[in-house]
Design a protein around this ligand. Sequence first.
Ligand code: ATP
Ligand code: MG
Length: 572
Amino acid sequence: MSTPTTNPESASPSPTSSNFIRDIIVEDLKTGKFGDATVQTRFPPEPNGYLHIGHAKAICLDFGLADEFGGRTNLRFDDTNPEKEEQEYVDSILEDVRWLGFEWDGLYYASDYFGQLYEWAIKLIKDGKAYVDDQTADETRKTRGSLTAPGKESPYRNRSVAENLDLFTRMRAGEFPDGTRVLRAKIDMASPNMNMRDPVMYRILHAEHHRTGAKWPIYPMYDYAHGQSDSLEKVTHSMCTLEFADHQPLYRWYIEQLGIFPSQQIEFDRLNITYTLLSKRKLLQLVNDKHVSGWDDPRMPTLCGIRRRGYPPEAIRAFVTAAGVSRTNGTVELAMLEHFVREDLNQRAPRVMAVLRSLKVVIDNYPEGQVEELDAVNNPEDPAAGSRKVPFSRVLYIEDDDFRETPPPKYFRLTPGREVRLRYGYFITCTSVVKNDKGEAVEVHCTYDPATKGGDAPDKRKVKATIHWVSAAHAVNAEVRLYETLFSKEDPNQLEEGQDFTANLNPHSLEVLRDAKLEPSLANVEPLSRYQFERLGYFCADRDSAPGKPVFNRTVALKDAWAKIEKGRGGK
Ligand code: ATP
Ligand code: MG
């Protein structure tokens, strides 16, 4: 992996900012490179896992650029590897692309093209540009050469066209066992580009495919299928990540030999994020080895994971746009992603009061049995969101942390003898504290000033802190799941000798609070609804919620580390 870098210039969100891919498209449209064809792009996931936020970058580019130029985008499953691919993954990818906010024009599968690809393989054989190789996989690997040494030609390389045709049609007919032969392109075993050293086009594999069943005992390699699939769909601009740059000459070679539509490939940098792994293989391992509860565990960087966590799709789109595209790989800070999530939720998440770790407060001079419905603003950023009533009574819960018997310096919250404001309520003054035999505060006694209803004193006296609360008699008990990063290292791939990336898992990535107290409006939340718990952070109702028994995931805490970083740089 390349060294982590964050490019401050690329961090400002500007959806209209230019990038080199857009420049290429503008130029191609100007020169009429593709005639009067409109811009055609595609997003080509392999259905061997769930999409992650790295894919979101590719999706936003593919769909975003086509939209901008009035073009079209296909969703194409690159399903050439039946052993690793499943319908479950196909379904999740369809759902996730839509959730991100995009709708495809065409929906295709590389497997739709198996027949055409086979015909083209026959043509390449007839043209003397492909041959059946009987070497073992081991022999093929050993004769490939290296970056500094040329490869060695296979003894089967100069078979006659007739013999190649015969063997290949028999491969197709299922006559030979797995791995006994391959079809290879006849290019150049001495090419400095290893991808051009007679790459494998077809392998024998008697495997059930999730779409074509047992129809094919041979399967095309991804590199043989990908460029022609683009070509068949008349993709004008085929965007992919940088690791495919070395494959581009091969894709072009096939297209030229076959004389078909010349799709243009453009490579861009992969999205990498600190404390995050974006590799389907590794994410699958986390799921299989039960380090997480599933693909949609809210700690996962998968789109279904971050959806469950409460990240809005709008925030993801704004983030990947701001992260930008370039021709060198780098790493973006997780704090930047969280910043975009907060910015979005700040605009639209209703505010509510919730106490995560509760401490009981008794207001001794408040009439027993009295309940007042106080007005609480739903969203100060959105006047249209209106207000709601929150019940207030003699016994409340406050956050354990909002009381200290012996306050440290600069602690302005509740402490014996001090007056603070209860949000939307009254000023209260702490008069005494009841402790358990371990010396911990279990109940705090206060008095309130009836003249301060709504939160202001008529005599204009000030308090230094406002704390949130929930009426004990009305509180809804809830489970709240707090998350930290899944990995404790900024680069989870940084390993000691002999370690595997799971050594970097953060043992504190999940903390479950089973006795949180919520205001009663949250008793029957819809899963996936998002709120700001005042003073604590943004939270999203989990699908494990049941009527009267909400479960919340913490999406992100309120503190914005990224804004601080920006400020430190002299930014906004
Ligand atoms: P992974 O490494 O997670 O398995 P992949 O590249 O094998 O990803 P594909 O299903 O082949 O997964 O990816 C579909 C598209 O998404 C490709 O065009 C790929 O280049 C792009 N893509 C994958 N990962 C990222 C990433 N981290 N950033 C940007 N684009 C990505
Ligand atoms: Mg891939």
